[in-house]
Design a protein around this ligand. Structure first.
Ligand code: ZN
Length: 137
């Protein structure tokens, strides 16, 4: 039995992060956006999913700051923050949060706006996740 695997599916997403772009999947059949990456559209079940560039605007749904007790391989990065961001396109992604002006994450609030702000190509090569920054209002 052949296994299509996730790597070919997710390659465009990670390649775009390395270029400083945030992509989401878009269905060419029903026109809806979706994330996480899938082989078939969760709305119409057609295999017409392609990639489109997201606006980068979103709202922080939830987040957590890890100060100690990080998973294996992440110990040297503490403190760091992970958040679930609901993008303006209506899909959610998991990402890292840039420290705010005070070097922490005190400026972040749930339901407050955040914006995609790319990390360096080297950082993305090591830890391929989208990065978001607080939007000061
Ligand atoms: Zn569809």
């Amino acid at each position: 039995m052949s296994d299509p695997g996730m790597e070919p599916l997710t390659r465009p997403y990670y390649d775009a992060l390395g270029r400083g772009e945030l992509l989401i999947q878009h269905c060419g059949s029903c026109g809806r956006d979706t994330m996480y990456p899938r082989h078939r559209c969760p709305f119409c079940y057609e295999a017409e999913l392609g990639w489109v560039r997201a606006s980068g605007a979103g709202v922080l749904h939830s987040f957590a700051v890890t100060r100690f007790g990080a998973p294996t391989g992440f110990e040297s990065q503490t403190p760091y923050a992970l958040g679930v961001v609901k993008l303006a396109e209506g899909v959610q992604v998991l990402g890292r949060l840039w420290p705010d002006g005070d070097g922490g994450w005190g400026a972040y609030r749930c339901d407050a706006p955040v914006r995609f702000r790319p990390a360096s190509e080297d950082e993305i090569a090591r830890r391929p996740v989208p990065w978001f920054a607080v939007v000061h209002q």
